[in-house]
Design a protein around this ligand. Structure first.
Ligand code: PMP
Length: 431
């Protein structure tokens, strides 16, 4: 169907003025003027179900966040070079969600900046340069972080100090070998190869949801051996919780906790301020001590009063609304519903995920597991046409990425599944 005229005109003007690299979601792009919970409203008053945006984690325009930010904005915004009790309160509250040993917080403004700082500190602490990431990882946009973000494509080369390993997809383990053995060997081989090229290991960096690799949240448990290898080589383990943090995976506040390991450094961002730019790096103190003594790190906007007010309001809502429990319940219902709808489809290899991070892998046939990008993109656009927003991920963009605001309710689950069932009838049935 044709786009509304005003939308076409805005897109035309957009193309005139915006710099390179801007893409729009969906064949029928859309503009929203307001939102609440997991719902977005367009200019004509149509209600869309947002099953994609992880940033407004407690819900679009959550009144608690709006009030906290407005109040702070009307009072003052100062930076971290002034004493600010709200910053100290926030750091204490956030750190209380981490296991013992992870006890120092630095703030930044984006996930990229958080990872940039994390890796700088890791290099400083270890004296190594080598970085290991998964094969189709994304960790951010600074030059440093882009050098270990293979999703950025040909125009953005990987560093010579970067090695890639498989994501934890149990189907990649050799016959007779466990996922834990496979992952450990991948890391060991990467470390050996780095050393052969003159690089000592600085860090293994993993997104605990493996979002861009295709979303692999289970099974858990393989990280113990992986982290042992990293430490034995003198490196540190950096858990990138930009996607998996803040209870996204339902059964814990942080993705790494599910694996029973404690990282040396943890980075977080996106949902942290429900849309205000605030990100963080949490360290074991011994890892960041030297860096702190010798390197000046001042990030103008980071940790200033307004984003901190947003971050604190998010933690308030987590407590008041018992967000994690809601994620667990609604996520389980969502996955079960999707399994029911796609059961027996020759085009669905797997429904997987945890909490409110759900993947549906679309393939050409269930034997070869050859990605079916075109079919996945048809499903995504059909869903959007029916006003339910999802996206795609993995190298073949063939994995449906279902990752709603954590405000997703059981009524939202029902609406989602009803819409998905209609689309599946057209796109995912045999023949
Ligand atoms: N790490 C991961 C796992 C991410 O998904 C992203 C963003 N997609 C980033 C880091 C970078 O965050 P930002 O866009 O806030 O810089």
């Amino acid at each position: 169907s044709a786009l509304p005229e005003h939308l076409q005109e805005t897109i035309r003007r957009r193309n005139e003025v915006l710099g390179p690299g801007y893409a729009l979601n969906y064949r029928e792009p859309v503009e929203f003027v307001s939102g609440h919970g997991a719902h977005l409203i367009d200019r004509d008053g149509n209600d869309y179900l947002d099953a994609y945006n992880n940033v407004p984690c407690v819900g679009h325009a959550h009144p608690r966040v709006v009030e906290a930010v407005s109040k702070q904005m009307a009072a003052v915004n100062t930076n971290t070079r002034y004493v600010q009790e709200s910053l100290v309160d926030y750091a204490e509250r956030l750190l209380a969600t981490f296991p013992e040993g992870l006890s120092k917080l630095s703030l930044a403004c984006s996930g990229s900046e958080a990872n940039d700082l994390a890796v700088r500190v890791a290099r400083y602490h270890t004296g190594g340069e080598g970085i290991i990431v998964t094969r189709w990882a994304y960790h951010g946009l600074t030059r440093e972080v882009a050098s270990f973000s293979p999703t950025l494509g040909k125009g953005s080369p990987l560093g010579p100090n970067v090695r890639l390993i498989d994501p934890p997809d149990p189907r990649l383990a050799a016959p007779g070998s466990t996922l834990a053995e496979h992952m450990r060997k991948q890391v060991r081989d990467a470390i050996d190869d780095l050393e052969r090229h003159g690089y000592r290991l600085a860090a293994l960096v993993t997104d605990c949801a493996y979002s861009s690799d295709g979303i692999f949240t289970d099974p858990v448990g393989y990280m113990t051996g992986v982290v042992e290898e990293v430490h034995a080589a003198g490196g540190v383990y950096i858990a990138d919780e930009v996607q998996s943090g803040f209870a996204r995976l339902g059964d814990s506040m942080w993705g790494f906790s599910r694996h029973g390991v404690v990282p040396d450094i943890v980075t977080m961002g996106k949902p942290m301020g429900n849309g205000l730019p605030i990100s963080g790096v949490v360290f074991r103190p011994e890892v960041c001590e030297e860096f702190g003594r010798n390197v000046r790190y001042f990030n103008t906007f980071a940790g200033s009063s307004i984003p901190v007010a947003a971050g604190a309001a998010v933690l308030d809502v987590f407590e008041e609304e018992n967000v994690q429990q809601r994620v667990l319940e609604n996520g389980t219902a969502l996955r079960a519903g999707l399994e029911g709808i796609t059961h027996g489809s020759p085009y669905v290899a797997e429904v997987r995920g945890s909490g409110l991070y759900v993947a549906v892998e679309i393939v050409q046939d269930p034997e070869s597991l050859e990605p079916d990008r075109a079919r996945a993109e048809d499903v995504i656009n059909d869903m959007r046409h029916r006003r339910v927003l999802i996206s795609g991920t993995a190298k073949g963009n063939n994995v449906l990425k279902i990752r709603p605001p954590l405000a997703f309710t059981s009524a939202d689950v029902t609406r989602f599944l009803e819409t998905f069932a209609e689309v599946a009838k057209d796109r995912l049935q045999a023949g």
